[in-house]
Design a protein around this ligand. Structure first.
Ligand code: ZN
Length: 652
């Protein structure tokens, strides 16, 4: 196993996307039984890979297959053109279709239609199987506007269409065909989360996504869902008792498509806390302009042992840190039950879960189940780490103010990231209590400022505690010097985050606002942070760490007071003064420098690969984990995952 410092997270930059490798070191420590469970869940996840492409656009799968066939049969295509097609294909894989994940707008190739059809002809001569009977030229011409015309079906999900345009017709997403929003006024869906609405023979119909069984006929995605269900059932044999039932219930839902079955599954799932866990089904409804249809998503995860231990250590010492907090004693807790957010190591995410991944997940969504049975909250530890470390590594040399800062950050960066997350989540959010005279929850008073304030408060708790000797005593940090590196890293983040807002002059996202507020407050109210310029480039530099920590304590005490007393005006004042606005010329500079070094708008994840190892008797004797280090390789692995399968899935 590679040591943390030589580990490679950054793989490549594709247009505005950073591609990174996520690692799952603990997998090798699993028993064979646990590995077999993970293996069948992994297979179930891949089985549904195609679904989200089809949900995104009615031609999504067709276009993907043409692209993949050209890439796999590209001998003789002009090299420059081939690279352009590969680049577009990567964007297509990353976004699961031709709409940008962030903007929901269509992106188009950097090659012409003629070049494309020429390449397709060469691929066909090389034996490409495009999967349809018509001539490839005819098919390509029919897809021309879908692929090349940015203005045609320009938006995937359009919740605010222009005057006169219907919300459903103005969205390219494939949840509706031939219906307008007004057509649905008197139409009642039986399974709104997992169905497509179409018009057949002049009649509105609900086509359910289900595999079918003895009672109900197969619906849309029957083949994918049947295969996914079978893998879940195969996993039963290796699952702990409670989880076996969860697996059966999900398999049942995939076959019936009945939301009552999905509820049963969710109720069982939320009460199960197995070491290896999964999320699967039609889950988030953001892609549907009506907010009804669930995007297919499948995640396989296992407990991140190291980081869970770290969280536990902080939880055990939460009262100590509370007693050392720089705010008034009346806002200190004397009893704490820190919410132990589970840090999970992700083995795979497909559909709406990957390659672009969530950072945290809180499910199930159904309000009734949440209120009655609770919810599960997880942090996607290895994914977030890969994302952060790749970006930090890229930006370090460009944005660090000295060689020493670069060196120390390389040495301690990974450790600091883990400590920061643990302190933010466990010590930070759980800390402090409201004033006794305040009725209700502070969030009810602070409204739109609550999130920014609370995220900033938790960041500050982490920053404050980085200089507590307790960290060394708890054997979590080699020396107090680590705190200095954490401060360097934090103010550097305040500088580099300017790239996330290419237009306008203020931060919108809560965490960004919080970071800006903290650094600007300390910079303007203490003499510990300097903005320096070297060769026309701007750097943030800590000039006095003790003084900066004093500043951290000062603003932390203020924010705690605001939260404790539900002081809306106070929150508004401090956030608006320090957290919103930025200097446009600095933003432009940071944006330019970020682009030059390949820093991007968002990140795509390459997940670990699992491969069975067979013994002489044909039985699986181990499941090996490896890291593809290549997006293209992983995508083709998924594509051909079931090619050799003897267990053919046929649905009638
Ligand atoms: Zn937080």
């Amino acid at each position: 196993m590679k040591s943390e410092s030589e580990r490679q997270y950054f793989l490549e930059t594709v247009r505005n996307v950073l591609v990174v490798q996520a690692y799952a070191d603990d997998f090798e420590k699993l028993t064979l039984k646990e590995k077999m469970l993970a293996w069948h869940l992994y297979r179930s996840s891949v089985a549904g890979w195609d679904i989200y492409y089809d949900q995104g656009h009615k031609h999504g799968l067709k276009v993907r297959n043409i692209l993949e066939q050209i890439i796999e049969n590209g001998d003789g295509i002009d090299e420059y053109l081939y690279d352009r097609i590969l680049e577009y294909t990567k964007m297509f894989w990353i976004n699961t279709g031709q709409y940008d994940f962030l903007t929901s707008r269509k992106f188009v190739p950097e090659f012409t239609f003629l070049e494309f059809s020429g390449a397709a002809s060469i691929a066909q001569a090389n034996g490409a199987d495009f999967g349809f009977e018509e001539d490839i030229d005819v098919v390509l011409r029919a897809l021309r506007r879908t692929i090349f015309d940015k203005e045609f079906e320009s938006i995937k999900t359009n919740k605010n269409p222009e005057e006169g345009i219907d919300m459903l017709e103005g969205s390219a997403v494939n949840f509706y065909d031939g219906v307008k929003l007004s057509d649905l006024e008197n139409f009642v869906e039986v399974n709104p989360l997992n169905s497509k609405i179409v018009v057949e023979d002049g009649e509105i119909k609900e086509l359910v996504w289900r595999a079918g069984n003895d009672v109900v006929s197969p619906g849309l995605y029957a083949e994918e869902l049947e295969r996914a269900a079978r893998e879940l059932e195969k996993a039963v044999e290796y699952a702990p008792e409670g989880q076996a039932n969860v697996l059966r219930l999900l398999a049942k839902y995939f076959r019936t498509g009945d939301l009552n079955d999905f509820r049963e599954y969710n109720i069982a799932w939320v009460q199960d806390s197995s070491f290896i866990d999964f999320i699967s089904g039609f889950i988030e409804t953001y892609d549907d302009p009506r907010g009804q249809k669930g995007a297919y998503e499948s995640v396989v995860e296992m407990i991140d042992v190291e980081n869970s231990k770290l969280m536990k250590k902080f939880a055990d010492n939460a009262l100590y840190f509370e007693s050392k907090a720089p705010w008034k004693d009346e806002y200190k807790r004397t009893k704490i039950n820190p919410p132990l957010a589970n840090v999970m190591t992700i083995l795979i995410e497909t559909g709406n879960g990957g390659p672009i991944s969530w950072g945290g997940i809180n499910l199930p969504n159904e309000q009734y189940v949440r209120e009655t049975y609770g919810s599960k909250s997880i942090l996607l530890g290895n994914v977030v780490k890969a994302r952060n470390e790749a970006a930090a590594t890229l930006s370090l040399e460009e944005f660090a103010s000295s060689e020493e800062e670069i060196e120390l950050s390389k040495k301690y960066g990974g450790l600091i990231a883990d400590l920061f997350v643990a302190m933010h989540e466990v010590v930070g959010h759980a800390s402090g209590k409201k004033s006794e005279s305040l009725e209700g929850d502070p969030s009810e008073y602070l409204d739109e400022y609550y999130s920014t304030l609370e995220e900033a408060r938790s960041d500050l708790v982490a920053l404050w505690n980085f200089f507590d000797p307790k960290l060394v005593e708890m054997d979590l940090a080699p020396s107090i010097e680590v705190g200095k590196v954490a401060y360097d890293r934090y103010i550097r983040a305040a500088l580099t985050q300017h790239r996330t807002v290419p237009e306008g002059d203020q931060f919108e996202e809560d965490h960004d606002r919080g970071t800006q507020m903290i650094v600007e407050y300390i910079r303007k109210n203490t003499s510990s942070i300097e903005i320096i310029k070297i060769d026309g480039k701007t750097y943030y530099k800590v000039t006095d760490y003790d003084e900066m920590r004093r500043g951290v304590g000062e603003i932390l005490a203020k924010l705690m007071e605001i939260k404790a007393t539900g002081d809306y005006e106070g929150a508004k004042a401090i956030i608006e003064e320090y957290g919103l606005k930025f200097d446009i010329s600095l933003r432009d500079e940071v944006l330019e420098r970020s682009k030059a070094i390949g820093l991007t708008d968002y990140t795509a994840i390459v997940f670990p690969s699992l491969t069975p190892v067979y013994g002489g008797d044909g039985e699986i004797k181990d499941i090996e984990i490896s890291y593809p280090m290549d997006l293209k390789k992983q995508m083709f692995d998924f594509k051909h995952f079931f090619d050799e399968d003897s267990d053919e899935v046929v649905v009638k």
